[in-house]
Design a protein around this ligand. Structure first.
Ligand code: ADP
Length: 271
């Protein structure tokens, strides 16, 4: 466990996120890759046990929102941090450019439909925040429309929280230099090339506008019931240790319990 991880990475509700003042290459006090891997392995085991109890208890759920610019490591985080978790009871939802059907509804329709059921861990690979981020940067809707969405999102998340979903929102924070290396690596490696889209370069050119949009979104929607954490993500091993620590600390606090059997089973022998 990285000590005090939540306090260190939290965007304090009511205060500026200050993304530009945070270091994407921060090691969070970890020595190196090996030490970090040991820590992640231990945390993954604990996460597995906590998830089993959450699933058995079947009363509450956990929603993990992953956001970040292209190549920030959303897919890699899911692969590394959740690989020990029982797929039954865990679901990943990826949010792409909305389909015609999705566009025929309000922008939260597709989101609410895939929120985790009681007992589940839901992982959002991108999320409703795209409707406050890409939509703003690419001017897909007028300013007046995206501006009121901060309030919508706070309110949707409050409903979810009050109804039993614990929400952890993670912004994977990378530097422009690290993104350049990762995009180039995608181009150079035939096995990674499928991940590269020409549009990634258009988005990269809009780095400052995206950073402004993230700064506002994190500042305006980090709440006591759905806090944002800014995870330094230039080093993948720091990122994995940080996200695993955040989730384990959150679930420890939830402390899900195996349910008591409905009837007294003492003395029952299976022949
Ligand atoms: P990823 O980059 O997540 O691995 P894709 O390459 O398919 O997957 O990218 C998904 C794209 O969909 C991103 O560019 C993202 O900004 C876009 N997107 C997601 N949600 C929305 C939305 N609500 N409106 C417009 N674009 C969106």
């Amino acid at each position: 466990m990285i000590d005090g991880i939540r306090e260190r990475l939290l965007v304090q509700p009511g205060r500026a996120a200050g993304i530009r003042d945070r270091d994407p290459a921060d090691r969070l006090g970890l020595d190196g890759k090996e030490e970090s891997q040991e820590l992640v392995d231990t945390l993954i085991l604990e996460l597995r046990g906590l998830q089993e109890r959450l699933w058995a208890e079947a009363r509450r759920s956990l929603l993990v929102v992953l956001q970040g610019l292209d190549t920030s490591g959303k897919d890699g985080t899911i692969r590394h941090v959740f690989h020990g978790v029982n797929p039954q009871g865990c679901r990943v939802a990826s949010f792409k450019v909305p389909t015609v059907t999705e566009l025929a509804h309000d922008y939260l329709w597709r989101v609410h439909a895939v929120c985790p059921a009681r007992g589940e861990i839901g992982i959002f690979n991108r999320s409703h925040y795209e409707d406050l981020l890409v939509v703003r940067v690419k001017k897909l809707v007028p300013r007046a429309v995206w501006r009121r969405r901060y309030r919508h999102v706070r309110e949707l998340e409050r409903i979810l929280a009050e109804e039993g979903t614990t929400i952890v929102k993670v912004f994977l924070h990378i530097s422009p230099g690290e993104q350049r290396e990762r995009l180039q690596a995608r181009l150079d490696d035939p096995e990674k090339r499928w991940k590269f889209r020409a549009a990634d370069l258009e988005d990269r050119a809009l780095w400052d506008a995206y950073t402004d949009a993230y700064e506002d979104a994190l500042t305006k929607t980090s709440t006591a019931w759905a806090p944002w954490y800014v995870v330094p993500a230039d080093r993948k091993w720091v990122r994995n240790a940080a996200v695993a620590s955040l989730l384990v600390e959150t679930l420890r606090e939830l402390d899900p319990q195996f349910p008591e059997p409905a009837e007294d089973m003492s003395g029952i022998v299976v022949e």
